[in-house]
Design a protein around this ligand. Structure first.
Ligand SMILES: *[C@@H]1O[C@H](CO)[C@@H](O)[C@H](O)[C@H]1NC(C)=O
Ligand SMILES: *[C@@H]1O[C@H](CO)[C@@H](O)[C@H](O)[C@H]1NC(C)=O
Ligand SMILES: *[C@@H]1O[C@H](CO)[C@@H](O)[C@H](O)[C@H]1NC(C)=O
Ligand SMILES: *[C@@H]1O[C@H](CO)[C@@H](O)[C@H](O)[C@H]1NC(C)=O
Length: 566
């Protein structure tokens, strides 16, 4: 019996071998390769598909003419939205709810750094860097920045300043002024950098600034004093590049009623022991506001509570494994006068992450240039900048062989739901990828926001998918409005799905500090099957608690937001 069987098998094998030829080898070879590749590369999805199938939750009831209210899955209806950082002061019970906190708590956290179980400093602190030019990077001593915050705050206070306009590119001085205002009860006014003098003056006028901290030579001093008589004090920041210049050339004390000095003078002329300790906090004094301008130059007043809620929302709207950690280096490649970039920077600082600042950020549309000299792990940038990165990468990586690799990686993203790993097939093309940061790219997350007011570039889900493959980083795509600190909604960091039917990507679900609903408008009305209309946002991060965002949107089936044009 068995012999018979063996004989049969032998016959079959001989038969196959007889007809063996090169073509069969090739076909069999590729099938085996494909099989091995699939086994090796198939992985569990990064997020359970159920989590992506329903990303927000709707309130059980809705008002006439409105849709249900939508919230993040992590901010259940009936509970307060996430409003703060849950700050515990020394001596507070471990179980009590902490304070929401304010900007001063963010800076205090930076200075203390990470604490161990017993509340002792571990010495693990975030660092703050400035990128100068293309390769030079300097690290700032936190104690120095602390001193600058104190001395600048005191100087402005002594001169009777109240409303302090900051007219600086991304820099340590910009952050220090913001914190100085928080510690010394001054109103900070963030003026977008690089504007014509007439525009600066009109913005100062509107925001009632009495003090200006500005980059030396960023506007003609004479014109300013003549056209803006409300100015009391001007502090020039002399950047590294201009330090060699004759300081007597900096117009000082010549402004008649304007007290002109330089940042460096104020800091260096003080005794070394002055300004080392942050002022004692009096919690009965109302918190000052932060003023900023929307992309269309409308003045917006943020309370510190708005900004802190937005920051808390950013911290808690991503899964724990993807949050900022002390190992991260965050680089804002967008101006810090943009509230979304600012809030993310505060979130990074509060997480003891390191932060690198580059003065070309926001101005230069070149991401490769802006990330030179450091190896950021997380960046925030704009759709315009990424769209340029994408079209350049596409042009460089157009070979037919790369396209096969790209196809496989797209499949890993879209079908397996996991970030593609580098393989022996993809590695040969690494040198063609966009070079974001020095050395081997450590970039893991890119935050981008679509600004409601701007005629901004929109990215499609396919664009985002391609960018994930080219950069190797996950992408969070957010809807930002000047009326909301942080983001209104943002995509899940693990959402790699691509809907080929859409011209622009969906914008995810509300963050934990915002809820949104739609009011019927024209043909866009909420029905039994669709939630759509004009978008309204509500919550602690929203200026004035509730705001009409002025655009039409709708909830998709998976409860992610899509905005017009659909
Ligand atoms: C940052 O440091 C604080 C203590 O100052 C600590 O409670 C917190 O957990 C740290 N954050 C991270 C993300 O490590
Ligand atoms: C200008 O400000 C500095 C620093 O606060 C102060 O020492 C100086 O007296 C002021 N000068 C005038 C003319 O007010
Ligand atoms: C973005 O995707 C759309 C289609 O989804 C495509 O037409 C467009 O060329 C892409 N943009 C870039 C910069 O590649
Ligand atoms: C993919 O890369 C990650 C991180 O480098 C690693 O932990 C994981 O094991 C890799 N997975 C596969 C299937 O190679």
């Amino acid at each position: 019996m068995f012999d018979n069987l063996m004989l049969k098998l032998d016959e079959v094998v001989t038969g196959i071998l007889g007809e063996w030829d090169i073509l069969t080898t090739l076909i069999l070879g590729s099938i085996i390769c494909f099989f091995i590749y699939n086994v090796l590369s198939s992985r569990d999805p990064d997020a359970h598909p159920m989590l992506l199938a329903r990303q927000a939750q709707a309130s059980p009831v809705r008002q006439e003419g409105e849709s249900a209210v939508f919230r993040s899955q992590s901010a259940p209806h009936g509970m307060p939205l996430n409003s703060g950082l849950n700050v515990k002061d020394p001596g507070d019970s471990k179980w009590s709810r902490g304070r929401d906190g304010d900007l001063r708590d963010v800076w205090r956290r930076v200075v203390t750094g990470k604490l161990d179980k017993d509340g002792k400093e571990t010495g693990e602190k975030g660092k703050i860097f400035t990128i100068l030019g293309s390769e030079k990077v300097i690290e700032h001593e936190l104690a120095d920045i602390n001193r600058q915050i104190n001395l600048i705050g005191q100087s402005i206070k002594q001169n009777g300043g109240k409303n302090v306009a900051v007219y600086l590119p991304n820099s340590v001085e910009l952050l220090a002024t913001l914190f100085a205002c928080a510690f010394y009860d001054l109103t900070a006014i963030l003026v977008p950098y690089d504007l014509p003098i007439k525009k600066i003056i009109s913005l100062l006028h509107e925001s009632k600034a009495d003090t200006v901290v500005a980059a030396v030579g960023s506007f003609p001093f004479g014109v300013m004093t003549k056209s803006y008589p409300a100015l009391k004090q001007l502090i020039w920041v002399v950047d590294e590049g201009s330090k060699h210049m004759d300081w007597n050339e900096v117009p000082k004390g010549t402004g008649g009623p304007v007290n002109v000095s330089t940042w460096q003078e104020i800091v260096q002329d003080a005794a070394p022991s002055a300004g080392t300790d942050l002022p004692v906090i009096n919690r009965n004094v109302p918190l000052t506001k932060v003023l900023a301008f929307s992309p269309s130059s409308k003045l917006v007043e943020y309370s510190q509570a708005n900004i802190i809620a937005g920051t808390a929302g950013q911290l808690s709207s991503v899964p724990t494994s993807q949050r900022f950690t002390p190992a991260d280096l965050f680089l804002p490649v967008d101006s810090l006068t943009n509230i979304y970039a600012l809030v993310l920077t505060l979130a990074a600082l509060y997480s003891n992450s390191s932060v690198a600042l580059n003065s070309v950020a926001g101005k230069s549309p070149d991401l490769v240039l802006a990330t030179k000299g450091v190896a950021p792990t997380v960046i925030v940038t704009s759709p315009e900048v990424l769209s340029k990165v994408l079209s350049e990468a596409k042009a460089r990586m157009a070979s037919p062989i790369y396209k096969i690799v790209h196809w496989f990686q797209t499949r890993a993203l879209i079908e397996d739901g996991s970030m593609p790993n580098s393989t022996i097939f993809s590695r040969p093309f690494d040198s063609l990828r966009p070079k974001l940061g020095s050395g081997i790219s450590k970039l893991r997350t890119i935050y981008i926001s679509e600004q409601i007011e701007e005629q901004s570039t929109h990215l499609s889900a396919q664009n985002l998918s391609d960018l994930r493959i080219y950069t190797g980083a996950r992408i969070i795509y957010a809807l930002a409005s000047p009326l909301v600190a942080g983001a209104v909604t943002q995509t899940s960091v693990f959402d790699y799905r691509v809907d080929q039917m859409e011209k622009r990507s969906h914008l995810g679900a509300p963050t934990t500090c915002v809820e949104l609903f739609f009011k019927d408008k024209g043909q866009y009305t909420t029905t039994e099957i669709a939630s759509q209309g004009e978008i309204y946002a509500r919550g602690p991060a929203v200026v004035g608690e509730e705001a009409d965002l002025g655009i039409i949107g709708k909830m998709k089936e998976d409860f992610t937001l899509s905005v017009q044009p659909f």
